[in-house]
Design a protein. Sequence first.
Length: 243
Amino acid sequence: MVVTEHRVPVSGNGSLWCWDTGGSGTPVILLHPHSGSGESWPYQRPVLAAAGHRVIGYSRRGARGSATGTGAAVDDVADLSALADHLGLGAFHVVGAAAGGRIALAHALEHPGWLLGLTLSGSALDLPVPDAVARLPVESRELGPAYRAGNPDGAAAWLAIHARAGSATGPPPPLPPEAPEALTLPVLLITGDADPYCPPSRLHRLARRFGRARSHVVPGAGHNPHWEQPELWNRLLLRFLSG
């Protein structure tokens, strides 16, 4: 697998760092959580590429490798569109983790004809974050206790990516109250059983608001099930993509 890196120009003299496995397979774009960057997908890139997909990950403006630029306002949906145009993708699947899910859903609402399917992982969308969760150390907010105790090396690797990531510019785009109900394309919802932002009860409430949603809870995972339990998470995603 040959992975190509790109600097994609976006408005206001900004740029997005992205990587691209290339090939003629169905494209899948991975949108990182606020705590990460385009580096956040080491367990997904080779698996999705081996399944025949063209896999693309990128950093939002301000996150590792991407330049904020001089524009007054950052439009993450427009940036995603610019990336897809620059790479000549046509229709694609989009996978958004946590805050990346807000961008993915906002893009699906603005450009429904572009997407083949939408996956939201650990994304509570516009639901508020409890104050008690916001005050926790980042590793306690983002990684489940079972994972931190059972895989300290994995937790350290996650923290290293977080430390390099910096901070994406601005919050993800706001969503209209009726956002999930307005969507008609297939949707996959995933969360960890120990996710403090999007616990299973929130996931099931969100699933009822989507017209065509499948939902899954990943055991032994917190807010980053794609990192904490990648084998199961990848199987769920590949099953959805193949459908």
